[in-house]
Structure formats: C-alpha cells, structure tokens
Design a protein around this ligand. Sequence first.
Ligand SMILES: Cc1cc2nc3c(=O)[nH]c(=O)nc-3n(C[C@H](O)[C@H](O)[C@H](O)COP(=O)(O)OP(=O)(O)OC[C@H]3O[C@@H](n4cnc5c(N)ncnc54)[C@H](O)[C@@H]3O)c2cc1C
Ligand code: SF4
Ligand code: SF4
Length: 438
Amino acid sequence: MALHVLDEANKCLGCKKPLCRQGCPINTNIPEVIRLLKDNKLDEAGRMLFENNPLTTICCIVCNHEKQCEGSCIRNRMPSHDPVHFSVIEDYISSTYASKMTSGPAPKNGMKAAIVGSGPSGLTIAVLLARWGYDVTIFEARDKIGGVMRYGIPNFRLPDTIIDDFKLRHLDMKGIKIRPHTSIGRTLTIDDLLRDGYDSVFIGAGLRKPNAMHIKGESLGNVAFAIDYLSDSKAFNLGDNVAVVGVGNSAMDCARTAVRNGARHVVCYSISSKPYVQASHYEYSYAKLEGVIMRFNLKPVEIRENGLVCRETVTDENGNITEKPGTEKLYRHTGVIVAIGQSAESTLINTTHGIDTNKRGLLTVDVDGSTTRPGVFAGGDAVQGARTVVEAVAMAKQVAEYMDAYMKSLPGKYKVDPYSAVPEYEEPLPDSVGEQRI
Ligand SMILES: Cc1cc2nc3c(=O)[nH]c(=O)nc-3n(C[C@H](O)[C@H](O)[C@H](O)COP(=O)(O)OP(=O)(O)OC[C@H]3O[C@@H](n4cnc5c(N)ncnc54)[C@H](O)[C@@H]3O)c2cc1C
Ligand code: SF4
Ligand code: SF4
C-alpha cells in the first residue's frame, strides 16, 4: 500500500497551476499535500486535508475521481494517459491521520446551533461550528448519522465503519450532541428549535422522497424504490430475477446490491441509448463485470407480479426520445426496483413559517445559504438538487462561515435562561422501597 501511494505521489509534476485542484469541487491543494507526504510530513499533510475538508476520509472513496481531481490531472494529456491517482494518496493520509485524532471539544463561545439532518452537509456544518466554539446539536430522523452515505451508498463501496469512526472522532470527541429518531417537522418544528435558544438553524435534509414513474403496478408487493431498497435491502423479497429501472449511480448500487443478495439475473432498463448512461464509468463497468445486463431504449409502461412491460423508444443524436407505440413486450422478472431519483419532502417546510421553496421543492437560499426565514440556513441536496458528497461539503463550508458571522452579529447573544436558577425537585423515597429491601 505505502509503496503504491509513494509511486502515485512520485508521478506528480507539482504543477504551478494544478488542473487537478481546479477539478476538485472543494479545491484540495493536491500538489502541496503530495509535497508534504514526500517530505515525510504526514501529519501536516493530514491536517491540511482535514482543515480543508472535514469529510476527506469519505470523499477520497466516493468522489467521482475520473471526472474530478484525477480526470483533470495534466498527465491525462501525456501519451501514457496516466493521471496521478490522488484518491489513493488522500485515502492513505486521511485515514492514518484520523486514527491519531483525539483532541476534545473546543472552548465554548456561549452560542448554540441546531443542525437538521446528518448527511455530508449537516456534518460539515456541525464540525466547523463546533471547531469555532458553538454548542452544536444534530437532529436526525434516522437511528444513525450519515444520511445517504450510510443509507444509500452500499457498504461494499463505503463501509459503515468509516462513518462510525467519523462519528467518534468528529462528533463524540468534540462534544457534538445527536438526537437520533427525531424528524423535525413532526412533533418538533424549526419554530420550536428557535424558541429553545438555538441562535441559528441549518437545514441539510437532503432529498428523501423517491420519484415514482406513476404507472400501473408501482404499488405491488414485488416493487421497491431505490432509496428504500438501499437503506435495508434484506427487508425486501424481490426474488432472484430483478429489474432495475434506471441507469444512474443509484441504479448501479441497487443492481450490485441485488447481485450480492443472491439475485441470479439482474437487468437495468434505460429509456434512452447507451451514450446517455448517467452512472460513472467505473460504477457501470463494475455492474457489468458482476453480471448485470443493460437494456436500452425501453420505457416501462406497466409493472406486473411477473415482470415489467416496456415500450421501445428511439433516441436521436441530440438525446431526444421518441416512443414507438405498439412495441410493448413483457420482460419477465420476480421483482422491480425503481431507481429514477429522489426529490424533497415537504413536511419540514410546511410546518415552518416563512421558508420558501422553488417549483422543484428545493429550498430558496441567498448566496450566503440563508433561507427566507431569518436565522435559518440551508445547503446540500435540499438546495442544489441531487449532487455529490463533496459538493454538499463544499457548499456547507461556505454556509458555515455565513452562519458564524450571522450568530456573532446577534445583539445580546448570551441569553439568560429564566429558569437557570430554579431548585432541583427532590424525589421522596416511597415506603415500598424499604419493604422491598427487607
Ligand atoms: C444511492 C445513492 C448513491 C450515491 N452515491 C454517491 C457517490 O458514490 N458519490 C457521491 O459523491 N455522491 C453520491 N450520491 C449523492 C450524495 O450522497 C448526496 O449528494 C449527498 O449525500 C447529499 O448530502 P446532504 O447532506 O444534502 O443530504 P443527505 O445525505 O440526503 O442527508 C440528509 C439527512 O437528513 C435527514 N433528514 C431529512 N429530513 C429530516 C428531518 N425533517 N429531520 C431530521 N433529519 C432529517 C435524513 O435522514 C438524512 O440523514 C449518491 C446518492 C444516492 C441516492
Ligand atoms: S475531495 Fe474528491 S475530488 Fe477533491 S481531491 Fe479528494 S477525491 Fe479528489
Ligand atoms: S495536475 Fe497532476 S501532475 Fe499536476 S499537480 Fe495535479 S496531480 Fe500533480
């Protein structure tokens, strides 16, 4: 491993205007990190990575490197077409450095922030605000933190242990509080958080609602939506011949998970032709390697207990799709997974006054991430639509600075709790305690 990492580091030309850095959505200083590594300054390199990107241990695994840092490396233009594989270097440095991170909470500045959602955007804000002295509480609808990183991206791509380690080092050790199983917008609302003394609230709720095709059969017992299937695939019984509708990254995750769950025949269906596959080249290739079949130019029109009825389509050179009525056929399957994306859930917003959304249900924010409600900020997929982990982190990093400036500008920010001095209720010992002791 170390040899491989150093081989990759030695390939770097230390460019003055590094294209790799431009290709990284969070602007990682790649040549400098590599220089520090080569100078045996592993800790400095690790610190640089974490200061720039609190989720470096995760991004180095899940980023779409071929389109970002590595795809932009100048060495792609050389005849050997041999980019520096920085993700391997980042993985080595960040995981080694993370295992040494033990420092406790920063001194508190007397202000509190609430974070709704523990995906990459919420976690980034939480880590940065805690680093700057804020008392941070994360509200998470599910039982564990991580958002799509835990409940969407399968374990064989991103092991849960990495997210668990993040929790230990960045949340538990830094004194960040977590309220799991707490969906804001139900019993507790954003108004309640503001009432309870949080100086600012960040919404990083992502996109939770699966998109439906709205065709007959979608509610049958042998059908699952991708995000539900990925969150607990073993809970579904889809048989051993599974159809996946879609050819994006989450469709590939579903297909590869179905293979690992024992399906012997897995087919992905795309409404358009092969050049319009949205999945990354690697994910697509892995799925094919694992035996997943891809069928193109087919539009599902009905789901049945015994399969999927599809109509043929034609895709022209501009990507326009034309359906061919009368070409419908039944493609036999025991189960169907609908993997055509997610959209925003409205409960959180409907229960709060003054927060605007656009036509797609995404939160309307200013350049500083502030929503239309003073003190409430937002970021990640809930604002940008479906993007990537590193883009959620990059946006959250900027919003954290604006939240910090907003909270520091609040007049009388050190609020006095009117009940802070009330005496504690003393529980009287009931007689029965004595009787039981005898
Ligand atoms: C299947 C799949 C695979 C993907 N693979 C990759 C990949 O390989 N690489 C990559 O870079 N990106 C990938 N992405 C995209 C990436 O995961 C997202 O862009 C990113 O997670 C968005 O981060 P977020 O913080 O905005 O929201 P999320 O990760 O969606 O997290 C939102 C969190 O908020 C919680 N929440 C929602 N509403 C409430 C509420 N009312 N109260 C409390 N908590 C709430 C949710 O439970 C969740 O934990 C993938 C996406 C999917 C769906
Ligand atoms: S954060 Fe992602 S894109 Fe940026 S250098 Fe790391 S792996 Fe590459
Ligand atoms: S573009 Fe490639 S060679 Fe140049 S600094 Fe970045 S990683 Fe090194």
